[in-house]
Ligand binder design. Structure first.
Ligand code: NAP
Ligand code: FE
Length: 364
């Protein structure tokens, strides 16, 4: 029997936060909330504040997290968290604030360390983290990963420190006014987590069953996404699929579409989910486990890779242009880090990576 560990320690609370006030107890009496600007507009911030006030827990709030949060932003936030004596961190928002919250939790628990240690292998303690997703796609609430923008290396990178949220609260109502392009991009991110996890050599019996459930549920959402019919039911289902897909990559990690997609986000401002989605079918075409690829198409109620391509073309309206030199430099950068190129049941070459870009994007 193959040997592996299944680890996803986050306790999930589904539904109205007010009914789950106890989720915020046991972490001390000073909360530090990490968010962007939308948390104050979609009701999530007010709900969290009301619960914390009711419990007599102090609140400090950093609302300056940008999309694709930078290391500099988490450093600034961590200084404020230390200054207020934070005993736990609450992240409210999409993947950007949730990922930032995890990095803030590490830096705040280690005031003598610099942000460089976020990318070092030696594990560090972190303050407890509670997450409230307000987009449906990253699954950051069920993964230990935090993706930060590194201007020093000019790309996005996963923090080496792994931080699972202790609790996560899932309430689809916060997404009522989520803009169309964020709804679509984050849905494609969740799909990409399921597809990459399912076709990774890191997949296990357990992660595959989760991925299969997620792919089946995603199939039910595809018509609503195509028609832009964002009903409360669709939003709720996508939120749960996103959490499920996070549980998958928490075991398998992400693979090529994510690794090649980060450069498109950093250099071409392509939203994260769209970046992965643009590369997904070219990746599946070079994937040598054709049986698994066929099974995942079937679970999505599709027959051919072209059917998935047609769906993604309907959802993703932008297609950036890449020069050959840009593509080569993105591949060369990725190539320097062999760790990022594991988890494939086939040999990866620089030519193959270039072909994935060339077959997905407009090349100049
Ligand atoms: P995001 O960057 O968190 O948010 C996108 C936009 O949507 C922001 O302008 C945000 O505003 C707005 N927004 C968020 N929730 C809203 C709501 N309920 N109503 C209205 N507007 C709302 O996007 P995301 O796709 O969720 O996260 C992408 C990030 O997650 C990337 O950095 C990606 O690399 C990372 N990621 C992490 C993991 C992981 O395992 N940790 C996995 C995949 C991706 P505000 O910023 O003002 O709130
Ligand atoms: Fe992702």
């Amino acid at each position: 029997m193959s040997k592996y560990t299944y680890h996803m320690p986050t306790q999930l609370f589904v539904g109205d936060i007010q009914n789950h006030a106890h989720a915020f107890q046991g972490f001390g009496n000073q909360a530090f909330i990490v968010s962007g600007k939308s948390a104050a507009k979609n009701g999530a911030l007010q709900d969290v504040q009301a619960v914390l006030n009711g419990l007599g827990i102090g609140i400090a709030h950093f609302d300056q997290v940008e999309e694709n949060p930078s290391v500099q932003t988490v450093e600034t936030a961590a200084k404020q968290a230390m200054a207020c004596g934070a005993t736990f961190i609450i992240g409210i928002g999409g993947g950007s604030p949730m990922d930032a919250a995890k990095a803030v939790a590490v830096l705040t628990a280690n005031p003598d360390k610099t942000s460089a240690t976020l990318f070092e292998a030696t594990p560090l303690p972190a303050l407890p983290v509670v997450l409230i997703p307000t987009t449906a796609g990253t699954g950051s609430e069920t993964t230990p990963f935090s993706i930060l923008t590194r201007h020093d290396t000019q790309t996005k990178a996963s923090m080496s420190q792994l931080v699972f949220a202790q609790k996560a609260l899932l309430d689809g109502r916060y997404m009522e006014h989520l803009p169309e392009h964020v709804t679509l991009s984050s849905a494609v991110d969740a799909l990409s987590h399921l597809v990459e996890g399912y076709t990774s050599t890191g997949s296990t019996f357990l992660s595959d069953r989760l991925a299969e459930g997620g792919l089946l549920a995603f199939a039910d959402c595809m018509e609503g996404l195509k028609n832009r019919a964002f009903t409360p039911q669709l939003r709720e289902e996508l939120l749960l699929i996103s959490a499920l897909a996070g549980m998958v990559i928490a075991q398998t990690k992400t693979t090529l579409p994510h690794q090649l997609g980060y450069a498109l986000t950093y250099h071409k401002a392509v939203p994260h989910g769209f970046a992965c989605g643009l590369l997904m079918t070219a990746f599946l075409r070079v994937h040598e486990n054709k049986g698994k690829v066929q099974r995942l198409l079937k679970l999505l109620n599709l027959t051919h890779i072209e059917d998935l391509e047609a769906f993604l073309n309907n959802i993703i309206s932008l297609r950036p242009t890449l020069t050959q030199t840009e593509a080569e430099s993105f591949v060369a950068q990725l190539w320097q880090n062999p760790d990022k190129l594991k988890n494939y049941p086939f040999a990866i070459s620089q030519e193959m990576l270039l072909s994935v870009y060339a077959n997905s994007l407009r090349m100049q």
